[in-house]
Structure formats: C-alpha cells, structure tokens
Design a protein. Structure first.
Length: 240
C-alpha cells in the first residue's frame, strides 16, 4: 500500500467528516475529488474506512457527501440528542418531527427513480401535506385521548397534530419556530434542516441543497420505511 495513497484517503476522510465540500469544481478540494475517482487505491482505502465506521458516501453532480449509517452512535443522533437539539420535550413531538421530515421528502421525491418534481416548498404547503396525509387517522380520533394511545404510534402523532392550532396568538404577526402550533413545528423542522445544510431559505421558500438531493436520490428510497419502524417500535436511534 502506497503511503501517499493512504495519506490522500485519510485527508479525504478528515475533510468529509468535518463537513468540508469535496467537489470537482472546488478551488481547494477539487484535487481530492479527482484522487477519489481516478486513483483506485485511494478509492478502496476510503471506502474500507467508511464501511468499518458505518458511514455512507454518496455522489451527486460531481461532489461527495457523507451520511451516518443506520444505528451509528458516533456520527448519528440519538432520539434524546435530537430532542435537545430541536428544543422538543416528548418522544411524540420528536416522532411528529420525523414524520414532517418524511412528508417533506415526499414533496420533492416519490421514490429514488423519480426526479425532483418541485423547486421549493413553503411552510403552509408542508402543513397542508402533513394534515392531508394524517386525515384518514384523525377522522377516527374523537373517541381517543392521549393517555389511551401508545406514545410511539401513528395515532399518537395524529392526535398531537390534531390538537395543535395552526398558529398561536403570539405568532400571528411573526411566526416563530416552536412546539406550540402546526406552523411553528413545521418551521422548527425546517430550521433543523437548514442547520444540517439540507435546506436553503430564500424569503421563506425552502430549497433543497445538493446534499439533500444526494441523500434523497441515493439513500432515502432504501430507508424510506425507517420512519414507520421508529413510530411503531420507538427505537432509541435514528439517522436523518
């Protein structure tokens, strides 16, 4: 094994885990992209490292993107970490946030074979999509109370969504990200996606970044059922 190739593979790994952009057109890291695709040993070393660490590498428009593998305790988030990061208190609120993320992805992609079919999304459209998708469940919720429903079920998040107002009185003039309303919760989720470099906000129009497109087109279809498993089983770990 050539020591130079090992150094290049380790440099690629370090920059990817630090969130640096590895793109062919990048003025500083473009040469590393070329090393990955043109040097077979660098390619093999890097992929062996990532496999051992349960990390996934995706390519989109001549750029590389890293994502934690399923159940990755080091590079992914636990439920508790996500609740703290997003300012949520209860598991059902977190499961609701997962479901909102899932519906957002479906607004852009129906499956891994489909092209992105909309350019951006607004908060009102997210709320409308979530409400419509839960409508078949919420029609039958009048006979239930939160105490009677398991916290990690679809009925639980449907009841939570049904009980939330569209906006709170405090938010009528300027919407804030919060747990207290449907619009506030949708904005809280969008803020999280912005912080993870998955969305770009242009006058409250949310555009998917190339990182989100890479994950959606090459990763999301494989794990699209994961949100259902989380809601059914209430597992401790989830990747985004």
């Amino acid at each position: 094994m050539d020591s130079r190739n090992m150094d290049k593979a380790l440099e690629l790994y370090a920059k990817l885990t630090m969130g640096e952009e590895i793109r062919r057109s990048h003025p500083e890291n473009g040469s590393l992209y070329e090393e990955y695709y043109q040097n077979a040993e660098v390619y093999e070393i890097l992929n062996q490292i990532l496999k051992k660490l349960n990390l996934n590498l995706y390519e989109y428009k001549e750029a590389l993107y890293l994502s934690a593998g399923e159940g990755n305790r080091v590079f992914g988030y636990t439920n508790e970490e996500l609740k703290r990061l997003m300012g949520l208190r209860y598991n059902r609120e977190l499961y609701m946030a997962y479901y909102i993320m899932y519906r957002i992805l479906l607004c852009f992609y129906q499956d891994s074979a489909s092209y992105q079919y909309r350019e951006y999304i607004r908060l009102e459209e997210i709320v409308k999509e979530v409400s419509a998708s839960l409508s078949t469940i919420t029609r039958d919720l009048s006979i239930y109370s939160m105490e009677e429903i398991e916290e990690n079920s679809f009925k639980s998040i449907a009841l939570l969504w049904e009980e939330l107002p569209m906006v709170t009185g405090e938010d009528r003039e300027q919407l804030r990200a919060s747990r207290a309303s449907r619009m506030g919760l949708a904005k809280l989720v969008c803020n999280f996606l912005l912080s993870q470099n998955l969305f770009v906000d242009v006058n409250e129009r949310y555009y998917p970044t190339d990182r989100l497109k890479a994950l959606a087109e090459q990763y999301f279809e494989e794990y699209r059922g994961r949100i259902y498993e989380l809601l059914e089983r209430g597992e401790e770990h989830a990747e985004y």
